[in-house]
Design a protein around this ligand. Structure first.
Ligand code: TXA
Ligand code: MG
Length: 322
């Protein structure tokens, strides 16, 4: 594999130049950083799988800049999908739709469904508008590890493997997009993420169906049980029970808005002191990385309220603990 001296900078034209040449680059989105390449160029796509060490059976999300662009790559958009596009795109929502022949099978790992979204990051949108092709982009982390929420996170793990990282600052949402599909007009949620399920149900005025587990849905490996994982052992506990669990001075804690008594403050990270789930989601992955790199031996995460973005946070913690 080619090695690069990876540059972090914020020049969209340079990013475009690398993408036009069929290279892969790190790009910001509002959810997490992506590892992007020309979604219509099989050689470019192969470089994503190689840089990420990602198995070829795990398909990639296609990124476009407008709803009109989505139509170029899919057969039909269900009515409810149109409502959801209007409500949430650009934004942290990915739609699984029947692809047409323009999208290479390598992008979808042979499936006839393509995952497609419009990122709500001004630099990503500006870049997409200047390109003649959509971008395939998984999160820019080695397969199975925590997703990156800053350009530096991308650099720390992929340095040498890619030529360029477009720096758009820390991501504003912090967890990946919510992935949904359609069964007729019924909405199925395959991955919890940046758009809360409650908000989707408000728009469609109906309940969604949940299919979050790999066993029932081997087609979406992002729902693999173990994923988004730090190197250290991570356990999830209720706030009330956590004190009796801790026998070890070197335990790190990730909590929502209050510290656990009896554990050194320096080993604890509060994701939102003011108790805001959006702020907590935004800080989640950086906190996991920080404790993973610190001298704690293990991590305890306190369970979050099971509503709004708290559900996506609990989902990521659960997979990180598996
Ligand atoms: O917020 C996000 O979605 C970020 C940013 C970079 O856009 N991307 C992201 O990509 O999280 P990735 O590859 O880390 O996770 C995408 C998930 C994978 O688990 C994959 O299995 C699933 O989406 N997926 C992609 N295409 C699919 C398809 N055609 N059918 C079923 N699942 C698909
Ligand atoms: Mg990922």
């Amino acid at each position: 594999m080619k090695t690069f001296s990876t540059v972090i900078a914020n020049d969209i034209l340079t990013t475009k130049k690398f993408l036009d040449e069929g290279e892969t680059v790190g790009i910001p989105t509002e959810t997490v950083y992506g590892l992007a390449a020309n979604a219509l160029d099989e050689n470019a796509i192969l470089k994503i799988f190689t840089a990420k060490n990602r198995p070829h059976f795990d398909p990639l999300i296609v990124h476009v800049h407008s709803a009109k662009e989505i139509e170029k790559y899919v057969h039909r958009i269900p009515h409810r999908a149109k409502d959801l596009i209007k409500a949430f795109m650009p934004g942290a929502l990915t739609l699984l739709l029947k692809k047409n022949e323009v999208i290479p099978d390598l992008v979808t790992s042979g499936s006839d469904m393509v995952a497609i979204r419009i990122p709500a990051h001004p630099m990503a949108l500006k870049l997409l508008k200047q390109l003649d092709f959509p971008l395939a982009a998984p999160s820019a982390n080695p397969f199975g590890y925590i997703s990156p929420t800053t350009a530096q996170h991308v650099y720390d793990q992929l340095q040498g493997k890619i030529p360029y990282i477009l720096d758009g600052g820390p991501t504003s949402v912090g967890v990946e997009s919510t992935i949904i599909g359609f069964d007729g007009e019924e909405v199925i949620v395959y991955r919890l993420g940046g758009i809360p399920v409650e908000e989707i149900e408000d728009v469609i005025e109906a309940k969604v169906r949940m299919e979050l587990n790999a066993s029932s849905n081997p087609a979406a490996p992002g729902s693999l049980k173990s994923h988004y994982a730090p190197g250290k052992n991570l356990r999830i506990r209720e706030f009330e029970n956590v004190r009796m669990e801790i026998q070890n001075a070197k335990t790190g804690v990730i909590a929502f808005d209050k510290y656990v008594e009896g554990i050194e403050r320096k080993n604890q990270i509060l994701l939102s002191e003011k108790g805001d789930l959006e702020e907590a989601a935004k800080n989640l992955f950086a906190a996991m990385r920080k404790l993973d790199a610190s001298d704690v031996d293990e991590i305890i995460a306190i369970k979050f309220p099971d509503k709004g973005l708290g559900r996506a946070i609990n989902d990521r913690l659960k997979r990180a603990s598996a």
